[in-house]
Design a protein around this ligand. Sequence first.
Ligand code: ZN
Length: 144
Amino acid sequence: MKQTMLIPEYVEYIPEQLADGRLYICTQYKTIAHKCCCGCGEEVITPLSPAEWSIRQEGKTVTLYPSIGNWSFKCQSHYWISKNQVIWAKAMSQQEIKRVRERDAADKAKHIVHINQKKEAQVIKESKSFIKCLWMRFITWINQ
Ligand SMILES: [Zn+2]
């Protein structure tokens, strides 16, 4: 049966058996799981990270961003989860699916580059403060 709504449930661990119409949110492992809303029985696991999915809570409702695109399943269903409501997207052509997947991959790559740049900046900052520290020691040594 096609779901029109998902009830969020906060869990410590994702249960082995997922129930239809539930959205399991495991904040500890930053993972969300639910059964495909088309009713095919496939399990959809969405990791929460800046490059993957993010969740917004408003009262008892949750909104997931971006949409869920089950391209690897037979059903290829595509929907949004907005305030617990399942909003079905129109069926995409193979061409469109390919484009979305490529864009997702590019976004992820961009995010990794961004993180690496941050890391590099941190290393530079650290090595600068290391040199400064050596220099300070040197000055203190001279002044002794
Ligand atoms: Zn499905």
